[in-house]
Structure formats: structure tokens, C-alpha cells
Design a protein around this ligand. Structure first.
Ligand code: FPP
Length: 244
């Protein structure tokens, strides 16, 4: 049984549903917001490690379209945390050759957050190491609907025919069509749900769930997830063999 990473079969794209900040905080009698703050430490650790082992794309579910339904105070704190992250981490990301991108309904975010996304994307746009993709105001169904709307506009203008729409061409209408589908989807804190994350893209993605809450997730957990992934056989509905 393999207990070391096979460096020749590192997943190209890892996506993470970072769940359990609230429960982590509750167990310590902390505010939920303190749980989110602790979650940022996990982000730092995972970004560093993913870059080191050669993951090319890391997509983090940081704020969903459904998250607006949380108490106002919590939403405001999450936005503040996000703005601070974008502002404070950009130097470090840039130094480590990380390219930062955001996917989601970005225009629905506070102006300041949008502005920092623009700054970070521009500053790190030529970096060639890890692509760190933050899903912000993101929903998998919204992404598909947004794509369908763009197609409908083109069809309406006569610039595209309904027959031109297929799985390959529709990809161009998603938020980031150049990013390959995730190989591995990790979810923390035990829930066996996809929660409206990357619905189109995870058709053949391997799913790995840990009981750990996100603020407890560290390098060794990502390493364990990847080792498990490397043991799996990926068939893509057909006969294709082995992960990686
Ligand atoms: C889920 O925990 C986590 C989130 C709502 C999003 C994750 C956000 C962060 C890690 C911090 C901010 C992000 C950035 C990029 C700076 P939960 O509150 O749903 O936990 P619970 O299910 O235990 O209540």
C-alpha cells in the first residue's frame, strides 16, 4: 500500500469545499467569525503545499451564492476577511509564482472586494506556478445559467445556431473555460454533499471527504487525500485506467 506521494501522478486540479469553520469555533466557544479567521491559516498552508508538489490548479469554495443568507454580521465579516486576504497575501502569492483568479458572480461582490480581485489578478497574471482560483459568490447552477444566457444572446443575434451548442463548445461559456476539470474534490467536516460546487466540471472527479473541520486541515491532510486519489482507478465511464 502506497504511503508516499507518487510525484509523477500529482492531480493537475484539486478543488476544495472548505466546510466546518463554524463547528470548529463552536467546539471552542469561539465566535463563528474566529472560525473563518482560523480557516485562512489552512488556506495559506494548502496553497503553499499544493504549489510545492506541483498541483497546477487549486480551486477553493470561499463564498457561495447561498452564503448571503447567513446573518448580516457574518457576511460582513467574511467580506472583510476576503478583502484583507486579497490585500495582504498578494505579495506572498506573487513571490511564490502563484496566479490568483476568481470565478463566480464577481459583480455582485462589494466594490472594494472587486477592486482587490482586479488588482491581484493583474499583479499575478503572468505567474506560471500554481493557479489559485477563488470561487466567490459562486454557484454551480448560476454558472450554468450564466452560460446559457450568453448562448441565448448569441443565438438571438444569429451569431450561433442551436446545433453549435455541444459539451465542448459550451465550456467556452463557463466562468473559466481554460481551466481543466478537477481531478480531485476534497470536502472537509464529513458531509457527503456537492453543495452546488462546480457542477458542470466535476462529472468525473474523484471525491474525498474527511471528518476534519477546515481550520484543522493542513499539508498532511492534502497529502493523504492525494495518496488515496493515486490508488484509485479512473474510468471516465469507459476503460481508462489509473489516477493521475
Ligand atoms: C464553511 O464553514 C466555510 C465558508 C463559509 C467559507 C470558507 C471561508 C474561509 C475559509 C474564510 C474566508 C476565505 C478567504 C478566501 C479569505 P461553515 O461556516 O459553513 O461551517 P459550519 O458548517 O460548521 O457552520
Amino acid at each position: 500500500m502506497a504511503v508516499t506521494l507518487d510525484m509523477n501522478r500529482i492531480p493537475r486540479h484539486v478543488a476544495i469545499i472548505m466546510d466546518g469553520n463554524g463547528r470548529w469555533a463552536k467546539g471552542r466557544n469561539f465566535s463563528r467569525i474566529r472560525g473563518h479567521r482560523a480557516g485562512v491559516e489552512s488556506i495559506r498552508a494548502v496553497v503553499r503545499y499544493a504549489g510545492q508538489i506541483g498541483v497546477k490548479y487549486l480551486t477553493l469554495y470561499a463564498f457561495s451564492v447561498e452564503n448571503w443568507n447567513r446573518p448580516k454580521r457574518e457576511v460582513a465579516a467574511l467580506m472583510k476577511l476576503l478583502r484583507r486576504f486579497l490585500e495582504k497575501e498578494v505579495d506572498e502569492l506573487d513571490r511564490n509564482d502563484v496566479r490568483l483568479r476568481a470565478i463566480g458572480r464577481i459583480s455582485g461582490l462589494p466594490d472594494e472586494v472587486q477592486e482587490w480581485i482586479r488588482i491581484d489578478e493583474e499583479r499575478t497574471g503572468n505567474n506560471r506556478g500554481l493557479n489559485l482560483i477563488l470561487a466567490l459568490n459562486y454557484g454551480g447552477r448560476s454558472e450554468i445559467i450564466d452560460g446559457v444566457r450568453k448562448v441565448a444572446v448569441l443565438v438571438g443575434k444569429g451569431r450561433m445556431r442551436p446545433d453549435d451548442v455541444d459539451e465542448e463548445s459550451f465550456r467556452d461559456f463557463l466562468y473559466a473555460s481554460d481551466i481543466p476539470d478537477p481531478d480531485l474534490l476534497i470536502r472537509t467536516s464529513g458531509e457527503m454533499r456537492v453543495s452546488n460546487f462546480l457542477l458542470w466540471q466535476i462529472s468525473y472527479t474523484e471525491i474525498w471527504v474527511t471528518q476534519k473541520f477546515w481550520p484543522d486541515f493542513r499539508e498532511r491532510d492534502l497529502r493523504r487525500a492525494i495518496i488515496d486519489y493515486q490508488k484509485r482507478e479512473r474510468r471516465f465511464g469507459g476503460m481508462k485506467a489509473s489516477a493521475g
